[in-house]
Design a protein. Structure first.
Length: 168
């Protein structure tokens, strides 16, 4: 038979695991990979001509499921009096933990972003999806940085239309 105190511990642990989704890293434009440090890239200039919000789907790599299942199984194994009750609680904890871990991973890696349509100074239309932490708006001049991925940033001092860098 499962004791109330043990059930309360299991429920508290599952709720705490679910709360970890809020602690996940923000998917922001100012975050760069280690490979981008010191990497040479190109910069183009343009104007934001359109934008729309998009939903970024969270990942399901299996890491959240595995971590949740292991944690739930370990916590479940402490519930109950005899080996049968502990085994049942361990299996149930692993199942619940696996589902919770999957949801935590999806919540931590997904979120909101914007799709920006940029008209480059060369007349080409480009689409870039990223966060809008700078609060960019349609009509603003931007610089597009090409390193490990394309990033858009506000560029009050961006080169004017028709600017040709030295040597071109």
């Amino acid at each position: 038979m499962i004791h109330v105190n043990s059930s309360l511990r299991l429920a508290t642990a599952v709720l705490m695991l679910g709360g970890l989704a809020a602690c996940g890293p923000a998917n922001q434009n100012s975050t760069v990979s280690a490979y981008a440090v010191g990497a040479q890239g190109a910069v183009r200039y343009g104007t934001v001509v359109g934008m729309r919000p998009v939903q970024v789907a969270g990942t399901r790599s299996g890491l959240g499921t595995t971590a949740g299942a292991v944690g739930g199984g370990v916590i479940g194994s402490t519930v109950g009096g005899d080996w049968r009750a502990r085994t049942v609680a361990s299996v149930a904890g692993a199942l619940i933990g696996g589902v919770a871990g999957t949801l935590v991973e999806e919540g931590a890696t997904g979120g909101q972003a914007m799709e920006f349509i940029i008209r480059s100074d060369e007349g080409e239309d480009l689409a870039v999806i990223q966060s809008n932490e700078q609060g960019l708006q349609v009509g603003e001049r931007v610089a597009l940085s090409y390193t490990d991925r394309v990033r858009i940033m506000r560029s009050a001092n961006a080169a004017p239309v028709g600017y040709a860098p030295a040597g071109k």
